[in-house]
Each structure stands twice: as C-alpha cells, then as structure tokens.
Design a protein around this ligand. Structure first.
Ligand SMILES: [Zn+2]
Ligand SMILES: [Zn+2]
Length: 392
C-alpha cells in the first residue's frame, strides 16, 4: 500500500516496473569489483531521468548527480551492487541464471530501491541543493567503498552527509532500526608466522618446535576476550586457519595461523592489537621461536554519527507506524564497508526489516535467501523523504 504520508510513493505500476528491474538484476548477478553490466543498467536509467552520470570511479563505481535550486547543501545516498560467489538453491523464475553467483545479500534490492527513489525524485520532488547517488561495487570484498574514496569520490562529489540502508531478514516489513553509535563491526586479518628449527621427531631436544608455541598461542589468544576486555567491550576473535608440518615424525620448521578479529570501536580494536603483540613477543621468549605478525585492517567499525542519525530518524518517523522505528537493534558483528565512507563524511547506515518466512526470513548469505520486493516502495519512500527534508 502507498504510505498516506508520502504523496511521492511509487504507484502500483511503477512498483511493478521496479520489481521487474530488481528481479532482472537478481537473475544476472555480478561479483566483487566486476559489476560492469549492473553499472551500465544503473547509468542508463539515471541518464534517462536527467541525472548527470559519472562512471568509472574506483572501477565500476558510479555517481548520479541531480542539482536543483541555488542551495549549497548536498547529500549522498549509497547502494551496493555486488553479489556473492555461491550457488542459489531457489527455483523461482528470477533465480540466478549464472552458476555459483547469487544475490544472497539483497544488494540487488538496495540498487532497485535507490533507482526507484532516483526516479521519484527526478519526476516530481522539490528540493534545493545537490543529490549524489553513489552506486558501489565490491561491498562483500570490503574494497568497493575504499576504491571509490581513493579515486576522489568525496573531493569530486562533496557531501554534507551520507546515508545507506541494508535489509534485515527475520524482522517484519514495516520495521526499521536507525541507531546512533557503533552499529557494525570492524574486521581485521591477523597473520602469524612462527619459525622454529625443524628436526627429527625422535630428537626434539635438537629442534625448536613451532607447534608447542602454536598450541599455547591458541589458548593465550582466547584469553584476550575473556580476561582483558570488559563486559561492555564487544569483540570476536576466531582462529580460522592453522598450517604446519607434513608427516608424523618430522618437527616442522614453521607454522602459520590466520585470525579474524572483530570489534565495534577503534578503542577495543587497539586494545586487542596491543595484547596480541604482547602475547606474540612473550611466546618468542618462552618457546625460543621467532614470530612475524601482520595485521591487515579490512574495514573499520561502522559508527553512525549522532546528529545525522537523529535527522534521519526524525525524517523517517512519519513513514513508520508507532513503535516500528527502533533506535536500537540486535548486536551484529558482521562488517559493512560503508564504514570507510562514514570515516570521511558524517552519516547513518540503517536497516529495514526484510520480512519473515521461507525466502525473506532466512539469513543473508544463505542459498535460499531472497530480497523482499515489498521493500522497494518503503525504501524509496525513506530516501525521497530524506532528500526533501535534508535539501531545503
Ligand atoms: Zn553480504
Ligand atoms: Zn550486504
């Protein structure tokens, strides 16, 4: 149903058109930074509706610009376009036509929502200032936002504030979470290379066994969360890869480990990295090995800015029934690369309930997931309302 507060909602015919478009994108998923066809489709639509389209920003990223009035204010709205390398198990008509590629995170829907909003805004919405629509590739690889920023995104298209949304499976359609502060986790990959001195399994006294150090490291690293962090400090530390040795009677020269570290504030992240450093150096002393540690930050924690979050909440409030616009959601330790953009420009990343049941309620990154097309109208209403309220 069209929202009574939003006279600029999509009508039923328009909703059908954008649903077909969403399903078209779903059927032809593209991966990572390689989203040429989706970018082409988006660019063609935006151009048709009168946007100035700038392509090839950080690879296949693009920005559609619409300017009205003399106003100097500017806003950025961002959608992600990439899919996942997995086999879809759905059999409905719009299921992926390409093996081992699937829109299992709903980025097809985020793109369709932003296009629907772009269409509505261009058709008959009054505003004063500059609207920048940012379509990025490679959110899943956590590289797309960074690539666009490094390619001058915010120098070329300055924004006073930026916003993005993600669907939230399992939460009813018509609910949203607009939350200030830490909202998604940082992600870093820690790589350890432990070097000892190999030898015969029968003569350990003549070798320096890296595996003794590894065994102890596994336990010591787990104490960071349980012994060094307070109950209000969120973190996940998972050891995902361990490699050493070849046969039963040789003490290997070296061993390696890969660790995933997630936190929700830079402070906790720094604290964990310091403890990792101390534990690693301590193990060198205790076991006589040498350890190389490399920490790669894949994305920072996503922290919504207070002022912009408040503005967004006030703007969206009339669209939602009382009690359906929540200011706090469940704690999530997943990562979202819009965090890179929020480090540059203040803004807010919010969630829309994707509904319950077979396709809409199952988690993202699941082979049975599907974006809920009912969100296209609601999501577009949110963007259109925000543009009107922000660019006055
Ligand atoms: Zn995802
Ligand atoms: Zn996603």
């Amino acid at each position: 149903m069209r929202n009574q507060y939003i006279e600029t909602s999509l009508n039923d015919a328009e909703l059908q058109t954008f649903t077909a478009l969403r399903q078209q994108i779903h059927a032809a998923p593209e991966l990572g930074g390689e989203t040429p066809n989706t970018a082409e489709l988006v660019a063609a639509k935006l151009t048709q509706w009168g946007y100035q389209v700038h392509r090839g920003i950080g690879g296949h990223g693009l920005v559609g610009v619409l300017q009205r009035g003399e106003g100097t204010r500017s806003i950025g709205l961002r959608a992600d376009m990439d899919a996942l390398p997995m086999q879809e198990k759905n059999t409905f008509a719009h299921a992926s036509q390409i093996a081992n590629r699937m829109h299992a995170c709903g980025h097809d829907g985020h793109t369709a929502i932003l296009l629907a909003a772009a269409y509505r805004v261009a058709s008959d919405v009054e505003f004063n200032g500059t609207l920048n629509l940012i379509f990025q590739p490679d959110e899943e690889g956590l590289c797309g936002a960074k690539a666009m920023i490094d390619d001058g995104l915010f120098q070329r298209f300055p924004c006073d504030a930026i916003f993005a949304l993600h669907n939230m499976p399992g939460a009813p359609v018509g609910t949203a979470v607009v939350q200030a502060g830490p909202t998604m986790a940082s992600s870093e990959r820690v790589s350890l290379r432990i070097t000892g001195q190999g030898g015969h399994g029968a003569m350990p006294e003549k070798a320096v066994d890296p595996l003794s150090a590894v065994a102890s490291l596994i336990n010591a690293i787990q104490t960071i969360k349980s012994r060094n962090l307070g109950p209000e400090e969120y973190a996940v530390i998972s050891i995902g890869m361990l490699q050493a040795g070849s046969v039963y009677n040789i003490i290997p020269d070296e061993a390696s480990m890969l660790i995933s570290v997630r936190t929700d504030t830079p402070h906790t992240q720094q604290k964990i990295n310091q403890r990792l450093e101390q534990i690693v150096r301590g193990h060198e002393q205790t076991f006589g090995v040498s350890i190389e540690m490399e920490i790669t930050s894949l994305a920072p924690a996503l922290i919504n800015h207070e002022t912009e979050t408040q503005k967004l909440r006030e703007s969206l409030a009339p669209i939602f029934s009382p009690g359906q616009l929540h200011s706090r959601g469940p704690k999530v330790m997943g990562t979202e690369d819009f965090a890179w953009m929020l480090e540059q420009v203040p803004g807010c990343y919010f969630m829309l309930g994707n509904g319950e049941g077979e396709f809409h309620g199952c988690s993202v990154h699941n082979p049975h997931y599907d974006f809920n097309d009912q969100l296209i109208r609601l999501g577009a209403d949110c963007w259109v309302k925000l543009v009107k309220d922000f660019l006055v």
